[in-house]
Design a protein around this ligand. Structure first.
Ligand SMILES: Cc1cc2nc3c(=O)[nH]c(=O)nc-3n(C[C@H](O)[C@H](O)[C@H](O)COP(=O)(O)OP(=O)(O)OC[C@H]3O[C@@H](n4cnc5c(N)ncnc54)[C@H](O)[C@@H]3O)c2cc1C
Length: 459
């Protein structure tokens, strides 16, 4: 890969891609294959964006996106292509779930079976609404009236008994940021993508690249070999005379006939566009597609020391946490706006609110909302955003195109969606269903019992 020096870069690129997350590097590879000269501009000092493999207290951790699945064909195909080794989380010994009178411990399979019973009716009709899961508008006439419903509306429709509903809200609040923020159509489409069943839906949390998500990013980038420029936050994107001029915060300028913005939708509003972004793009960025206020924490716990998953009702500072493999650190997620992960006492209290005798030795946290190059975590649309904005914000703005997991048609909000979007924007074919079993299995991923309790999907 050519690491460019400032003086080497002028206007000799066919395409400038802004953002070296999975969408950006995928688009770069595809365009390079087509013979294009590609400049990849990345704000951070690293590639990967909302994926971030790091080391903490001697262990490899993911501060962002982590889990992958065979049901996610775009990312799985990339893992197969580069022979990236995969491991499976081992599952947990106990599940700690909320009841109306406090937290209670369950056998994982018993807990899983009950979650299955409770969640399955939540998605009644999903097969009709999303018969071709990668085409969210295949039955637009059915999806349109549905898109006004939040996850809270759906919970209300089902009229769960309070002791049942309390068990579902850690999921609905985590995915949506809050049950009132998240759109029912988004979760219903994920259910469809998972094969319209709980095993699939639940199981997308099972596998992860052994050497971290960075292993895949590096493999794609090496293949792409674009001119990569790190530490180059883009300040403005100006179109005139059939070209696009991109200016970084340090004042460097690059010009090309075409630009791909592979940055989060939430970030669009921080970049100056001339002519200004169309109404739909502005509206999406202002309201946000990436879930706000989400923090991911890694916890060094002296107690408990076993493998467990604990879920909390909506409104708790931590909505889900657990240790998925013996000897690993525990991981936790929060979507609570007032939870300040910089305050050790708040983190301590949040952990002990769920497990009173927990003993926290140390922790590290990533606040994705506070991160200026993310301004949120993965995508989860709000009511009306699918039917009123999704198609519009996939459209180019003159010579400026848009890519990213936030605007993917299929697994929007997942790494798979980032790759899908990167392929599409580069004019390469995308996939519309699982890979043939022979290809998917060629990676030798260990078989897993999908009934084990493993709901630790982080957005
Ligand atoms: C805590 C967390 C947990 C998650 N868990 C999972 C999971 O388990 N499984 C899963 O599949 N997905 C998960 N996701 C979602 C997944 O990580 C994202 O959907 C996906 O990585 C997004 O890829 P992207 O390329 O679209 O965007 P990004 O990865 O955000 O890439 C955009 C890039 O643009 C750069 N950028 C931003 N602004 C500028 C600028 N002004 N100038 C230049 N560059 C800029 C950013 O630095 C970034 O590198 C999770 C995300 C988070 C944060």
């Amino acid at each position: 890969m050519a690491h460019a020096t400032p003086s080497a870069i002028r206007r000799d690129f066919d395409v400038i891609i802004v953002g070296a997350g999975l969408a950006g590097v995928t688009a770069a590879r595809e365009l390079r294959k087509k013979g294009k000269r590609v400049l990849l501009l990345e704000a951070r000092d690293r590639i990967g964006g909302r994926t971030w493999t790091d080391t903490w207290r001697g262990s490899q951790i993911e501060r962002g996106g982590t889990w992958v699945d065979q049901l996610q064909p775009h990312i799985w195909r990339e893992l197969v292509r580069y022979r990236i080794p995969i491991v499976a989380d081992s599952g947990v010994e106990r599940a700690i779930l909320p009841t109306l009178t406090g937290f209670q411990e369950y056998d994982p399979v018993e807990a899983y079976t009950r979650q299955n019973e409770l969640f399955t009716p939540f998605f009644d009709g999903s097969r009709d609404h999303f018969p071709r899961p990668y085409e969210p508008f295949a039955r637009e006439n059915l999806v349109k009236p549905l898109d006004r419903f939040s996850l809270r509306d759906r919970l209300d429709q089902l009229d769960y008994a309070p002791e049942d509903e309390i068990r579902l809200t850690s999921t609905t609040s985590l995915y949506g940021g809050s049950s009132t923020r998240g759109a029912f159509t988004h979760l219903s489409q994920w259910w469809a993508l998972s094969g319209w069943n709980f095993d699939g839906f639940h199981g997308v949390n099972t596998y992860r690249p052994k050497d971290g998500t960075i292993a895949l990013l590096k493999a794609i980038l090496k293949d792409a070999a674009p001119t990569l420029r790190l530490n180059s936050p883009v300040k403005s994107v100006v179109q005139s005379n059939g070209r696009v001029k991109v200016t970084t915060r340090s004042g460097e300028q690059f010009s090309a006939p075409e630009v791909i913005m592979a940055v989060p939708v939430n970030v669009w509003r921080t970049i100056q566009f001339s002519p200004p972004l169309p109404k739909a793009h502005k509206a999406a960025s202002t309201a946000g597609i990436g879930v706000p206020h989400e923090k991911k924490l890694w916890l060094e716990l002296k107690r408990p020391a076993d493998t467990f998953v604990a879920e909390a009702p909506e409104g708790y500072p931590i909505c889900i946490m657990g240790r998925l493999n013996e000897g690993d650190h525990a991981v936790a997620f929060s979507v609570k706006d007032t939870f300040d992960v910089n305050q050790r006492r708040q983190v301590d209290n949040a952990v002990r609110q769920i497990i009173p005798d927990a003993q926290l030795l140390s922790y590290t946290a990533t606040d994705w909302h506070a991160d200026e190059f993310a301004l949120g975590v993965g995508a989860f649309r709000q009511p009306f955003q699918l039917t009123r904005l999704h198609r519009q914000i996939q459209q180019p703005h003159g010579k400026v195109k848009f890519a990213g997991a936030d605007i993917a048609d299929g697994w929007s909000g997942y790494m798979d969606g980032a790759i899908e979007s990167g392929l599409r924007i580069a004019g390469s074919p995308t996939l519309t269903g699982p890979l043939p079993a022979a290809v998917a299995n060629s990676l030798g991923a260990p078989p897993v019992d999908r009934r084990a309790y493993r709901p630790l999907r982080g957005l």
